[in-house]
Write a protein that binds this ligand. Structure first.
Ligand code: PLP
Length: 365
């Protein structure tokens, strides 16, 4: 018995995506931290990434890191969001390294690590234009001076994150600034920084094309491994699968209906105003899934169908390829925000497949 809605996860394709990125970036001197947050630390998915050869794992939520530890995953793990002060104990207990941008947090990590008799690795984040996390470059050396004096803290290196908040593209200019900063810090303190973490799936175009990737030797990759796309223009990365994870939803109503609403129009369920287009009568199906489970703007329906709206529990699809039967299943490819939400929804089950399957429409029995 298969349940809908469900995510169908092709573990072979995830392994292939990971292996392809590890191989291509490895040739450029860059090792891969697989980011597991959109997979909620799912042990099956994480093991596929590790089979693909990723060096280590990263997640923004300590809960996911703890879940991976509980599943006996032994790979090195980095918390890729600055630890909450209220979670520092858990971070020291389960994560080997964390990305940091506040000295007060690093001091607390040091105290807790000392008490626990553990070492905790720190990658200091540098703000290079996207205006999310990180110290301003001018403040980095003073911070390094203090970090080097803290017991039980191991300064692993410097990192940065672009594109996520403002969409700033990684390029030779901002990546070069990070490399220069690494050289300066090493010279000023006579140390070697082993990790220079240049960013996320938005760095791939730069990483493959740049004549000189400088000191950058690590990328933290989630979306490109799971969905096969880089994160600047959402282009398919050559050779990667975009359907390693697909979403299946079930038809609960199918009728021919007028596209033009009948009555005075006010707000919809989600507080917006629907753009009512009159396209005559169409074959329209309701699928049992909604914005509680997915982001309709980041779903790619099968050819011949179109998403025309979505409320909390109903997704409305029109079809130019005939009426879909009640009980039929429809398969969607996913964008990142739809994947995140579907993985997080308790109403969406997961089906793991070791081999490939063809995506598209499937009629019910
Ligand atoms: C989510 C995240 C990543 C991974 O981003 P993708 O675009 O999924 O590769 C990397 N670094 C940080 C800090 C993140 O929060």
């Amino acid at each position: 018995m298969m349940f809908a809605p469900r995510l169908t996860v092709d573990l072979g394709k995830i392994q292939h995506n990971a292996a392809t990125l590890v191989d291509r970036l490895g040739k450029r001197g860059i090792f891969v931290t697989a980011v597991t947050k959109a997979a909620l630390g799912s042990p099956e998915i994480v093991r596929a990434m590790l089979r693909g050869g990723v060096a280590e794992l990263g997640d923004s939520r300590i809960e996911n890191i703890e879940a991976m530890r509980n599943a006996d995953i032994a790979a090195p793990m980095t918390l890729i969001r600055s630890p909450m002060l209220s979670q520092v104990d858990r971070v020291v207990a389960s994560a080997d390294v964390s990305l940091n941008s506040e000295l007060g947090v690093i001091r607390r990590l040091s105290a807790v690590a000392k008490r626990a008799g553990r070492k905790h690795g720190v990658i200091l984040m540098v703000e290079l234009g996207d205006r999310r996390e990180g110290l301003m470059p001018a403040d980095v050396k003073a911070a390094v001076r203090e970090i080097l004096s803290l017991p039980n803290i191991d300064l692993k290196g410097l990192g940065t994150n672009l594109a996520c908040l403002s969409g700033v593209s990684p390029d030779d200019a901002n990546m070069g600034k990070l490399s220069v900063l690494v050289d300066e810090v090493e010279r000023a303190f006579s140390i070697h920084l082993e990790t220079v973490s240049g960013g996320n799936s938005a760095n791939l175009i730069w990483a493959f094309k740049s004549e000189n990737t400088g000191r950058i030797n690590n990328l933290r990759l989630g979306e490109s491994i799971l969905l096969g796309r880089e994160a600047l223009n959402r282009q398919v990365v050559e050779g990667l699968h975009t359907d390693a994870i697909t979403l299946v939803a079930e038809v609960i109503e199918s009728k021919v209906k007028p596209t033009k609403p009948d009555g005075a129009l006010a707000q919809t369920a989600l507080g917006t105003y629907a753009a009512a287009k009159d396209r005559g009568n169409v074959s329209q199906s309701l699928l049992a899934i909604g914005v509680q489970d997915i982001d309709p703007a980041a779903m790619m329906p099968p050819a011949g169908t179109e998403i025309i709206g979505c409320s909390s529990d109903h997704l409305v699809l029109t079809s130019s390829i005939g009426n879909l039967d009640v009980g039929a299943e429809v398969t969607f490819q996913l964008g990142y925000s739809a994947l995140l939400r579907a993985m997080t929804s308790p109403f969406v089950t997961k089906e793991f497949r070791p081999a490939s399957v063809v995506a598209g429409l499937r009629k019910s029995a």
